[in-house]
Write a protein that binds this ligand. Structure first.
Ligand SMILES: [Zn+2]
Length: 419
C-alpha cells in the first residue's frame, strides 16, 4: 500500500521567552491519524509562561502523542524543557509520556563519540572524539564563568554581569535533559549532513533532509581549534576559573586598604578588561556549541520547512557548497530564523537563495518564525543586539514574520499551510 500523502501542516510557535519551541502537526486525508513533531523545548529567560504551562499546551496540541522529537543542540534555551526533576517528574516527564517514536539529535551527542565510551566503535575518528571531549570541557568551564558573573557588582557592570551569567548558564551540560532525550524513544538518530533517516512509519510521506552539522570527515570548519592540546587548554581553563572564585591570599595577615582613592581609576578599568575577557571566552564556547546544531529541512507535500537551530556560519558553510542543498533552499516556504535573530546565524548566501520573498514572488510569500527576547544578548551600541534590528526589518519586508516579540499575551501562534 502506498504511503498516505499529507494534505496540510500546522506550525505552532510557543512563547518561551529566550529559547526555541515549535510543533509541526501534519494532517492526512481519511482515517490516517495526524502526526506531530516537537522541535526543541527550552528557555533561559522566560516571559509570561512557565515551561510547565508550555508542556501542557504541547500535550493538548499533539493529542497526547508525539511522533518525533528533535533536539537541535545541547543549549539550555533549546533543551531545558526535557529536564527530569529529582523525582523523575517535571516537564521532561510530560514530554517523555507523549512516547515519541523517534528522537533526532546531532552526532556530537552520540554516546559512541564520547572518548569515555565503554564500547568504543570505529564509527568516529580520534579527531571527532577529541571534539566531543573538548565540548565537555567547555561545559565545565561555562559553569565556573556563570559563577564569576557574581563578582561584577559595580555600577556600570550590569551588562557584563547579565551577559556572563546568561551565556555561562546556557552552556552548562544539561545532563538530565540529554539523558532523558537519549532514552525516551525506541529509536534515536545521531544525525549528520546527508544522513538518511528512516521515518516513514512515524511521518508517512514526509522527507526529512539533514543539511548539518557535518562530521569532521566531511568538514573540519565546525571545529575551530584543531590541535589535541586544545582539549587540555579548556580543561585547565575550567580548573583555573574555579580557583579564581576562591583565591589564595598571599599575605593573609597583612593590613588591607579597601578601594583606595588613588587606585580607583585603574581598578575599574582592570575589572572591565577582565569582564570583557571572560565574556569573549564564554562567547567562543557558545559559538562552538551552536555549530553542532542540526539543520533540518522537512519536505511535506509541496512545502519546505527549514529548521536550523542556532547553526552559525561554519556549520552552514559546508552545506551551502552543495547543489542539492541550494536547490532545496530556493523553494523554502517556512524559515525558522537561526539563533534567535543574531546576525551570524543567517548567512547572506542562504537568505539570497530564498525565492518566495515578497519582492520576487508576491503571489506566494514565505513565512519566517522568530523566537527571541530582546535585551538578553549583545548590544545595540556595537551592533550585536539579538534580535538584530536590520535582520528583523528585512524579514518583515520580505516574508510573513511570526515573532514571539509581537505575541499579545498568547502562549502560542499557529500558521496552517495546504500541502
Ligand atoms: Zn538558542
Amino acid at each position: 500500500m502506498p504511503a498516505p500523502k499529507p494534505e496540510s501542516v500546522d506550525i505552532i510557535t510557543y512563547e518561551v521567552g529566550f529559547g526555541d519551541c515549535f510543533l509541526l502537526r501534519i494532517h492526512y486525508p481519511g482515517q490516517t491519524r495526524s502526526r506531530s513533531v516537537l522541535i526543541d523545548f527550552g528557555s533561559t529567560q522566560k516571559n509570561n509562561f512557565s515551561l510547565g504551562q508550555v508542556s501542557q499546551k504541547i500535550k493538548s496540541d499533539c493529542g497526547g502523542k508525539l511522533d518525533v522529537v528533535v533536539a537541535t543542540h545541547r543549549h539550555k534555551d533549546h533543551v531545558h524543557g526535557f529536564t527530569l526533576s529529582s523525582k523523575n517528574r517535571g516537564t521532561g516527564k510530560v514530554i517523555r509520556d507523549l512516547q515519541p517514536g523517534a528522537v533526532i539529535m546531532p552526532w556530537t551527542e552520540d554516546p559512541d563519540a564520547d572518548p569515555k565510551a565503554r564500547q568504543p566503535t570505529k564509527r568516529y575518528s580520534a579527531h571527532e572524539k577529541s571534539l566531543v571531549k573538548r565540548l565537555g570541557n567547555m561545559q565545565a568551564l561555562a559553569g565556573a564563568l556563570a559563577e564569576q558573573s557574581k563578582m561584577f557588582t559595580f555600577a556600570g557592570e550590569k551588562g557584563i554581569r547579565t551577559q556572563l551569567k546568561a551565556l555561562g548558564e546556557n552552556n552548562l551540560g544539561n545532563a538530565s535533559a540529554m539523558k532523558n532525550l537519549r532514552t525516551m524513544s525506541p529509536r534515536t538518530y545521531y544525525a549528520y549532513h546527508n544522513m538518511k533517516l528512516r521515518l516513514s512509519r512515524e511521518l508517512p510521506g514526509v522527507k526529512v533532509h539533514v543539511l548539518g552539522p557535518p562530521t569532521l570527515k566531511q568538514s573540519a570548519a565546525i571545529e575551530k581549534q584543531r590541535s589535541r592540546d586544545q582539549d587540555e587548554f579548556w580543561h585547565l581553563q575550567a580548573s583555573a576559573a574555579h580557583e579564581a572564585l576562591d583565591p589564595l591570599q598571599l599575605f593573609p595577615n597583612a593590613r588591607e586598604i579597601k578601594n583606595p582613592v588613588w587606585g580607583r581609576w585603574t581598578r575599574r578599568r582592570l575589572r572591565k578588561a577582565r569582564g570583557e575577557e571572560l565574556l569573549s571566552i564564554v562567547r567562543s564556547l557558545d559559538h562552538a556549541m551552536n555549530n553542532t546544531s542540526l539543520i533540518l529541512l522537512f519536505e511535506i507535500g509541496n512545502k519546505k520547512l527549514l529548521f536550523p537551530g542556532d547553526a552559525q556560519y561554519e556549520n552552514w558553510m559546508y552545506c551551502l557548497e552543495k547543489k542539492w542543498v541550494k536547490d532545496l533552499l530556493r523553494g523554502v516556504d517556512v524559515y525558522k530564523v537561526g539563533h534567535h535573530g543574531s546576525l551570524n546565524a543567517t548567512p547572506k548566501t542562504m537568505l539570497g537563495l530564498f525565492q518566495k520573498t515578497r519582492s520576487q514572488h508576491p503571489g506566494e510569500v514565505m513565512h519566517s518564525l522568530l523566537s527571541t527576547k530582546a535585551g538578553v544578548h549583545g548590544s545595540v551600541d556595537n551592533q550585536t543586539e539579538v534580535p538584530r534590528g536590520k535582520l528583523v526589518n528585512k524579514l518583515t519586508q520580505e516574508t510573513q514574520l511570526t515573532s514571539t516579540q509581537n505575541f499579545d499575551g498568547e502562549i502560542s501562534r499557529m500558521i496552517s499551510l495546504e500541502v
